[in-house]
Each structure stands twice: as structure tokens, then as C-alpha cells.
Design a protein around this ligand. Structure first.
Ligand code: UD1
Ligand code: MG
Length: 450
């Protein structure tokens, strides 16, 4: 438990063109959460931290995402892209407020973990003026190289400025940095731009700290913690790593994944104890599955809550606002949207339940449709407790079916049905005795003549 205060500056001025997308880079998603969202979530996990996000000049949408994920964060704009140190100084007024630790992290490194940020802070608490994260990529081309002597970090040399000997160094700069709050500003202010790119390099902080006779250290981490995303291929690879982490966490929490590699999670998927997930299930954002529920194969869930002991699927679709109470059964080819399905209710085959309530213990027959949309507005369907909706019924909303009522199969229900009544809304069956035989006889005669 640290009592040290921390300012975390997230750099997200971003370039993004290599993703070949009109969307800013940090708004691309991994496990249903934006890259920036992942970074801010990791940052928020730390104690006593205030957050500043540095954005480029035209990034209203990034700003909106920042306030959605971290409403407490301050946003600063770097109007000209003149290097990482220049970007950090865009948040100068936040630095001037004085925090014990200053962390600088990049908005495109979604796999960074809170414990890694804590390692940087621990190094600062132990007396370092600058702490950086080092990693050993298979191909170090393009990265800053960490020049070390024993435990001491002497300098970071950017690839473009490195000598042949320096380029042979395998330990690279992950980009994320911790700065002692007491000296952060004076170090940042001394950084110049006398280098190949003419940029203000944050990495020069190391050499300056050493010139001030302060300590700089490098902490080694695995490549995925610090790998930034510049291409769609890297985005996909990051997704794969994130999914591995989420599956592992689910298994460790006691969830049964019959075939882990085939289940796709969102970063915010919440799973209770003794939940079973069958192969090939996709969780979009905002899903909670409570204890003992089973999600069967090929189901797609998003923004949904699944109660204790419920069974969903196979081939079910739960859309935002689907709330299933205890022991509900939602079977194959059933879609539920913005609907409360009360305890023990069942819709086992081929149905659409949208903008509705289905009362406890009700049975919704195969092929039932809540006709919620009239082309202009959405309307609600209310199905009472223990009601029985016969197969292939259309419930034209707004409409109420009372507790314990019955709906005859194939009905189109356009008016409310009182409790315990039977409603039948379909053409009455007519019977013509012998009609089929007569038809066959006539056809036979015609065939003979031909
Ligand atoms: C940086 C590091 C390098 C490290 C690498 C790791 C510096 C000088 N170099 O290089 O040592 O190995 O990351 O990936 O820090 N940014 C701004 N404004 C700017 C410039 C950058 O906000 O004016 C942001 C970018 O959006 C990005 C981050 O800072 O999130 C890093 O910038 P980038 O240009 O990717 O630096 P690299 O050349 O990759
Ligand atoms: Mg980069």
C-alpha cells in the first residue's frame, strides 16, 4: 500500500494512418474495449493517481472516449507533433501541481498491466529519478536502445541516432517511463531537439538525470506489455494475446470452458462460479453471467445479464438490455433484446422477444414474435406470470397478456388479454370431408384423357 501520489500522463496524439482507417488509432478495439480504454483502465487501478491525457489537435472523439472511461482525467492538446517530451510538456500544468511519481505511458499499448505500472513506481520510491521498461524484441529495428552498465541505465539512444555498436543492443525501450516528481519538470525542460528527427525525445531524460547525478534504471518486461499497435495485423495479434489472458483468468476463477480457444470474451465480461461455457460462444461488451448458468454453443451475447442457473443456447442471441432471471431457458434461434425474462420462464425455440417483460414461469412457444416496431416507434409487450403463448403467435405491441392467460397457436394478438383467459386470433379452421380424394380422382381422369 503506497501513500505516494502519482500523475499518469497518457500520450495519445497518435498518427494512426498505418491502420488504414478513418478512426483514430487509440479508438480501435481489443476485446470490445478501445486501446485507450484498456490503458486508462490499467491506470485507474493504481492508488492515488490523477490522469492526464495528451491528444492531437483534432481529436474530439478521443476526448469523448477519455471522459467516458475516465471522467476524472484532464485532457491536454498538443497542437504540433514535436516529440514525446514535447507531448508530455503539454500537460505541464498538471506536472506543476507536484506528484511524487510521474508516469508517462502510450495510448496504444493496451496490454500494459497495473502491476507493471506499479513496478515503475516502486523503482521511483527506491530512489530512481527515471525508470523505464525494457524488453527484448525479436527484431529491435526502430526502437530506442537501452545502454546499461550493471543495474544502471546510462542512456537511451534512438534507432535513428544509434551507432552500429548501439544498434547491436538487444534490450529496447518500451517507451513507458517513470519520473521522480521532484525533478520531472526540470529534466523535461532541459530536453533539446538536437537529433536526426529534430524532435524533443522523452528518452533524453535518462542522460539528463545522470548528468544531475541521479539514478536511472531499466526494468525488463515481456514484449506484449509494451508493444504498441501500428497495423491491423498487430491489432489482431494483440487481440489474440488479450483473449488468452481473459480465458486464463476465467479458468482460474472456476469457470468451465469446454474448449477455451473457441470462446471470445470482452474485457468486461463477468462470470460467476460454476458457469459453463460450451465451445464457440462470443461475448460482446457488458455481459454478466451469474453462478451456475450454462451458455451453450454458438451463442452471441452483448449487454446482457444471465441469472443463476439459466441456460442459454445453443444458437441464442442476447442483445443489449436482455435480463434473464434465475433458471430461465433461452433456446436455439431465440433473440432477446431489452427484455426482462423473469425466473423460470422459457422460450426454447425460434422466437423474438424485444422491448418486453416475460413473467415468471411463462412459456413462450416456438415461433413467437413480439412485434415491437411499427416503423416509427418501439412498443412494449407485457406477458404475465405463468402465461402460455402458443406457437407461432405474433404479439402486436403495445399489448398485455395477463397472468396465467393462454394464447392459441398461430394467433395475431392486437388487444390486451385478461388474466387466465384464452385468446385466439386466427382464421377458424374449415373442414371439407372427402375433398382431397375428389381432387385426386379429377386429376386421374384428366391424366387418362391425355
Ligand atoms: C518511442 C521511443 C522509443 C521506444 C518506442 C517504443 C521516444 C523518443 N522514443 O519511439 O525509444 O523504443 O517508442 O515503442 O520516446 N507522441 C505524441 N506527440 C508527439 C510524438 C509522439 O503524443 O509529438 C505519442 C504518440 O502518439 C505515441 C507515443 O507518443 O503514442 C510514442 O511516439 P512514437 O512516434 O510512436 O515514438 P517511437 O518512434 O515509436
Ligand atoms: Mg511508436
Amino acid at each position: 500500500m503506497t501513500t505516494r501520489t502519482c500523475l499518469t500522463i497518457v500520450l495519445a496524439a497518435g498518427e494512426g494512418t498505418r491502420l488504414r482507417s478513418s478512426r483514430p488509432k487509440v479508438l480501435h478495439e481489443v476485446a470490445g474495449r478501445t486501446l485507450l480504454g484498456h490503458v486508462l483502465t490499467a491506470v485507474k487501478a493504481a492508488q492515488n493517481t490523477v490522469i492526464s491525457v495528451v491528444l492531437g489537435p483534432e481529436h474530439d472523439v478521443v476526448s469523448a472516449e477519455t471522459s467516458r472511461v475516465a471522467p476524472e482525467a484532464s485532457v491536454f492538446i498538443q497542437t504540433e507533433r514535436r516529440g514525446t517530451a514535447h507531448a508530455v510538456l503539454a500537460a505541464r500544468s498538471a506536472i506543476e501541481k507536484g506528484a511524487d511519481d510521474v508516469l508517462v505511458i502510450f495510448g496504444d499499448t493496451p496490454l500494459i498491466q497495473p502491476q507493471t505500472l506499479q513496478r515503475l513506481r516502486t523503482a521511483l520510491a527506491d530512489g530512481a529519478a527515471v525508470a523505464v521498461l525494457g524488453f527484448r524484441p525479436a527484431d529491435p529495428t526502430g526502437y530506442g536502445r537501452l545502454v546499461t552498465q550493471g543495474d544502471d541505465l546510462l542512456a537511451i539512444v534512438e534507432h535513428a541516432d544509434a551507432t552500429e555498436a548501439e544498434r547491436a543492443i538487444g534490450l529496447c525501450n518500451g517507451g513507458l517511463m517513470g519520473l521522480d516528481g521532484k525533478t520531472a519538470l526540470s529534466i523535461l525542460e532541459r530536453i533539446g531537439n538536437a537529433n536526426r528527427k529534430g524532435e524533443f525525445y522523452l528518452t533524453d531524460a535518462v542522460k539528463i538525470a545522470r548528468d544531475m547525478e541521479r539514478k536511472a534504471v531499466a526494468l525488463e518486461v515481456t514484449e506484449d506489455e509494451v508493444s504498441g499497435i501500428n497495423t491491423k495485423a498487430q491489432l489482431a495479434a494483440t487481440e489474440a494475446t488479450m483473449q488468452q489472458r481473459l480465458r486464463q483468468a476465467a479458468l482460474e476463477a472456476g469457470v468451465t470452458l469446454v474448449s477455451p480457444d473457441t470462446v471470445h470474451f470482452s474485457a468486461d465480461t463477468k462470470l460467476g462460479r460454476d458457469v459453463t461455457i460450451e465451445p464457440f460462444v462470443v461475448f460482446g461488451p457488458g455481459v454478466t453471467v451469474e453462478d451456475g448458468a450454462t451458455i451453450r454453443s454458438f451463442s452471441h451475447l452483448q449487454g446482457a445479464q444471465v441469472g443463476k442457473g439459466a441456460i442459454v443456447g445453443p444458437f441464442a442471441r442476447l442483445r443489449p438490455g436482455a435480463k434473464l432471471e434465475e433458471n430461465v431457458h433461452i433456446g436455439n434461434f431465440v433473440e432477446v433484446k431489452e427484455a426482462l425474462i423473469e425466473a423460470g420462464a422459457k422460450a426454447n425455440h425460434l422466437a423474438y422477444i424485444g422491448d418486453a417483460r416475460v413473467g415468471a414461469g411463462a412459456n413462450v412457444g416456438a415461433g413467437t414474435i413480439t412485434c415491437n416496431y411499427d416503423g416509427a416507434a418501439k412498443h412494449r409487450t407485457d406477458i404475465g406470470k405463468g402465461a402460455f403463448i402458443g406457437s407461432n403467435s405474433s404479439l402486436v405491441a403495445p399489448v398485455k397478456i395477463g397472468d396465467g392467460a393462454y394464447i392459441g397457436s398461430g394467433s395475431v394478438i392486437t388487444a390486451d388479454v385478461p388474466a387466465d383467459a384464452l385468446a385466439i386470433g386466427r382464421g377458424r379452421q374449415t373442414l371439407k370431408e372427402g375433398w382431397a380424394k375428389r381432387l385426386r380422382d379429377i386429376k386421374g381422369l384428366i391424366a387418362k384423357k391425355a
